[in-house]
Design a protein around this ligand. Structure first.
Ligand code: ADP
Length: 459
């Protein structure tokens, strides 16, 4: 392409040549007149094109660059190329900026950018919620004037990457947030906020758990220790007294063993999401075994019934289900006064879900306690739980076993009237093609069994 200077020089040369030619032909005056006309025409053309350029520059648009020919065509084409290039670069930078903004929005925490005077430059939506900011409206305002976090000004003054400021938002229920101020660039800061409510809760739970375990173990250990000291001081105690002490120490060590067993079971259950071994669990056999254990625990003080209707099998871990069902059954016996009734039942509901239930006519539970029963060491009546050999971990174990079997626990209870604990399994865990049961051991509907045991227990 021809350079502008060359094109212009060519035009001047052409005018000079024509003027020289006219001058030679018609005289000097005609030659000068021709040169003036040529220069005027050239000037008018440039003025015209400059006016178009000036008009276009007021609202420059790459798609609307004026059309021209000759020298001006070259100028306009250059402008057009530069503009397109700039638009392309701007689009690319804009896209990258958008990507960064999206990434900053997607972060689980809040981010607010402050300038060297702690004025808000930008923040993501999470930071807006955490700090009570209005995106856009609050930009340019000093953060300490718009955010009500005690100690924020001092915290920002000594902004160090490893410093944190924890606070509870005034309008929030129990949420705990943590701020970090990270210096960057020319005196600027990144204010990062995290929701640490769950971490704090887990921390509290861990502390409570350690305190509870220590307390639970301390009581029996104190008893054993006391007897051992006594034996040490008076090694030859009367036989009857020694027997009584050994009996009490055995009781206390049994209690510790049960607690440690339950703790180990809980930690095993928490270690994985699903049972290691899934198998077909025959509920007729399982429920009969549990009823037997319940009778041993009851020692004839209760009426224990088993009611199993139709096919009764699920897939799952037999050990875990025995432990979960067993905890419900032993609770029913332990929290039911003498002559009460405990019924173990299995049925399949209309939606094909298997339901195991344990109903008792015991002391019942007040409604406000029910949502907390599956917490570790939560007891309604601490004394009764301990006296009957409870560890306070039974229903926590049930909860974890059920989680691993995608089952749910339903509790219905009336104070003084009794309780019913139901475990509801998803329909896909029901085994529909269970083989026929041995008629004598596990009849399809254990009504005969119910009557038989009711009589036995009553006797
Ligand atoms: P514990 O070892 O104390 O029985 P659990 O976790 O098994 O611990 O049960 C938690 C609490 O729930 C018990 O302390 C008791 O107060 C209450 N509870 C559980 N089952 C029953 C029930 N069938 N009847 C009345 N209260 C019950």
């Amino acid at each position: 392409m021809m350079p502008v200077w060359f094109s212009l020089t060519l035009k001047f040369a052409a005018i000079a040549m024509v003027a020289l030619f006219v001058g030679a032909w018609k005289g000097v005056v005609a030659g000068w007149a021709m040169a003036c006309i040529g220069l005027l025409v050239l000037h008018a053309a440039h003025v015209y094109q400059l006016t178009r350029l000036e008009r276009w520059l007021k609202a420059p648009n790459a798609d609307d660059v004026p059309d021209a020919w000759g020298t001006w065509g070259l100028v306009f084409a250059g402008i057009y190329r530069a503009l397109r290039q700039e638009t392309k670069t701007r689009d690319a930078v804009g896209k990258e900026l958008e990507l960064f903004m999206e990434a900053a929005q997607a972060l689980p925490g809040g981010i607010a950018m402050l300038d060297s005077g702690d004025q808000l430059l930008w923040c993501n939506d999470t930071a807006a919620v955490h700090l009570g900011l209005q995106v856009g409206r609050d930009y340019g305002l000093r953060i300490t004037n718009i955010v009500r976090v005690p100690g924020l000004a001092a915290f920002l003054q000594r902004a160090l990457a490893d410093n944190t400021l924890d606070y509870r938002p005034a309008d929030n229920t129990g949420q705990l947030l943590s701020l970090k101020a990270i210096p960057f660039g020319d005196g600027r800061k990144l204010l990062v906020s995290f929701d640490i409510t769950q971490i704090e809760r887990a921390d509290t739970m861990r502390r409570d758990f350690i305190a509870n375990v220590s307390h639970e173990l301390r009581t029996p250990l104190t008893v054993i220790h006391g007897f051992l000291e006594h034996m040490n001081d008076a090694p030859v105690a009367p036989a009857e007294q020694a027997r009584r002490h050994i009996e009490l120490m055995t009781q206390q060590s049994d209690r510790m063993l049960k607690l440690v067993d339950d703790l180990l079971m809980l930690s095993r259950l928490e270690a994985g999401d699903s049972p290691n071994r899934e198998e077909r669990v025959d509920l007729h056999a399982l429920l009969q075994g549990l009823a037997q254990d319940a009778r041993a625990l009851s020692a004839g003080r209760h009426q224990i019934e088993v009611d199993v209707l139709g096919e009764a099998a699920v897939t799952g871990s037999v050990d875990e289900l025995r432990s979960a069902f067993g905890n419900l059954v032993s609770n029913a016996v332990r929290y039911t006064p003498q002559d009460g009734r405990v019924t173990l039942a299995w049925r399949v509901d209309e939606q094909g879900r298997g339901v195991f239930s344990v109903a008792d006519t015991g002391i019942g539970i007040a409604a406000e306690h029910i949502p907390r029963l599956t917490e570790r060491f939560y007891r309604v009546d601490r004394g009764r739980s301990r006296d009957t050999g409870g560890t306070g971990l039974g229903l926590a174990i049930v909860k974890h076993v059920l989680l691993r079997h995608q089952a749910t626990l339903e509790i219905q209870s009336e104070l003084g009237a009794g309780s019913e604990f139901r475990i509801v399994f998803p329909a896909w865990r029901s085994v529909v093609d269970a083989p026929a049961h041995n008629a004598t051991d596990t009849p399809n509907h254990d009504t005969a069994d119910v009557t038989k045991h009711a009589e036995a227990d009553a006797a």
